[in-house]
Design a binder for this molecule. Structure first.
Ligand SMILES: N[C@@H](CCC(=O)N[C@@H](CS)C(=O)NCC(=O)O)C(=O)O
Length: 213
């Protein structure tokens, strides 16, 4: 079995990195030199034509998009138990929340981090960043209400890949006026997930401080 994750500490590669350590399968990590634009190199673009982090190469087959990588790994290692299987009554909720996180919360956070891409000058970039943060706050409130009603994890009693994805995205809010952990149910989820040995190991490998909250 040959699995390689191309990663940059703190980037979207963190969720697949967390999952690989949770599963405990052998895998190789390749650090992408973002500072020197390695993710825009011809070699990298062959693996991930979007030129973004991450990409996972499984037995020579590249797959990009963080949430797709998470789903692929749970399909490949179903007995690891990080996602309800096809046909399971909890499977629709898995899709719903994973897509919500990846196509709603994550892009808004990307806007927050790169506001200049949507602005003509610094002042406009500041406004874009401010609006993105406001929108993220509303999304975190929605997630908090969901956890209050149906937690403690995103799929209720069962820990899953949605919680790993959520942990990564919550960390990305650490500079916000109201970061994720200011909400009690999100705080409890973050604390619970951050204490898992695989998570502690991943943060150590990525050389990131824990706790950050
Ligand atoms: N939808 C993509 C988004 C990935 C993404 O935006 N990655 C960021 C790092 S967190 C990146 O590569 N940024 C480099 C750039 O935009 O040039 C995914 O989920 O894989």
């Amino acid at each position: 079995m040959r699995i390689t994750l191309y990663y940059v500490p703190s980037n979207a590669s963190m969720a697949p990195h967390l999952l690989l350590n949770e599963i405990g399968c052998p895998f190789e990590l390749k650090l992408v030199d973002r500072e020197n634009n390695e993710h825009q190199s011809a070699e990298y673009l062959k693996l991930n034509p979007s030129g973004l982090i991450p990409v996972l190469v499984d037995e020579g087959r590249p797959i990009h998009q963080t949430a797709a990588i998470l789903l692929h790994l749970t399909d490949k290692f179903p007995s690891a138990g990080f996602a309800p299987g096809v046909g399971d009554a909890r499977r629709p909720a898995l899709y719903q929340w994973l897509f919500y996180l990846s196509n709603t919360l994550q892009p808004e956070l990307i806007t927050y981090f790169y506001p200049h891409r949507l602005a003509d000058d610094e002042a406009m970039a500041e406004r874009v960043k401010h609006h993105a943060e406001q929108r993220v706050a509303g999304m975190l409130d929605l997630l908090e209400a969901h956890l209050a009603a149906q937690g403690p994890f995103m799929l209720g009693a069962d820990f899953s890949i949605t919680d790993l994805m959520l942990l990564m995205l919550c960390r990305w809010t650490r500079m916000h006026a109201r970061p994720a952990q200011t909400r009690p149910h999100l705080k409890r989820l973050i604390e619970t997930v951050a204490a898992r040995p695989a998570v502690v190991k991943t943060f150590a490998v990525e050389k990131l401080p824990l706790p950050w909250y």
